[in-house]
Write a protein that binds this ligand. Sequence first.
Ligand SMILES: [Fe+2]
Ligand SMILES: [Fe+2]
Length: 288
Amino acid sequence: MNQGSGLAAVLDQIFEKLDRIPNFPETAQRALRLLQNEEIDFRELERIVRHDAAITANFLKLVNSAAFGLPRKVNTLLQAFSLLGINQIKFVLIASCLGQYLKEPIKGYNLTPEEIWTHSLACGLMSEALARRAGLHRPENLFTAALLHDIGKIVIHLYVEGELENLQQVLRENPELTFMQAEWMVLGADHGIVGAELLRRWEFPKEVYFAVRAHHDESLMLESRLAALTALSNALVNLMGLGTGVDVFAYHLPEELLKAAGVSEKDLYPAIVETFEKTEALKASLFS
Ligand SMILES: [Fe+2]
Ligand SMILES: [Fe+2]
C-alpha cells in the first residue's frame, strides 16, 4: 500500500482542520461527567445545563418532539430530566451539540443524517443491552463511546469531501480490502482514528476515545472490554441494517470478540430485539 507524502498531507489536512471545529461545549462535558455518577443530582445537572441557552433550547425541543413518549409538554429542564432515562439525557445532550454538523448527507459513506443518527443511537442502545446481559451495571462511558463511535465519518465528510468520492471506487476495484484499509489508501487515516483524535481534543475520557479508535481495528478492539463492546455493538447494528452506510460488510471481526466483550452467544438475539424496539420508538420521536 502506498504511504507516500500525498497521504501524509491528507492526514495533516484533516487534523489541521480538526482545530477549527468548535469545541464540544464545556457545559455538555460537565453534564456528561456528572451523569457518570451512581446517584444523579438532577438539580446540579440543571444548574450546569441552564447556563447554555443553545443546549437548553435544543434539549427542550428534542425532548418535546413527539414520542420521546413524554406524557405532557415539558417546559423546564428539571421536568425533562425526571421524565427521561439517563441514556436518553446523554443522547439529547450529545445530539443537541452535534446536530449542527449533521444537516446534510455524508456522501462518501452513503449516509443521510437520519441514518447516521439512527445508527449511532442504535449502537448506544445495543451496547447497553449487551452490557446488562453480560452482568455489567451501567458501565461508565460505554454508551457515550458507542454513540460517538462513527463521529470521524462526520469530520472526514466536513473537511475532505473530495477524497471521499475515491473511497467507493477503491473498494470497487479492490474487493479484498477492508473498508479501513481503503480509507488508509485514500485518506491516510481511518474514521476511527480521526474520531478518536477529535474526542481527545474535546477532552472526552481516554477509554471513550480509545474505543472509538479501536472499533474497526481487529487487534485493538480486543484490548479493553469497553472497546470490545463498542465494536461488537457496531457490528450487530450494521447487520441489523440500522443506519448502515457503504461500509456495512467491508470489515473483518476477530473470533475472540464475543469473549473480549464478555458476551455469550445466547444474549445476542434478545439484545438485538431490545435494540430494535427501543431504536424504533426513539427514532419516531427524533425524526417526526
Ligand atoms: Fe465505523
Ligand atoms: Fe458504525
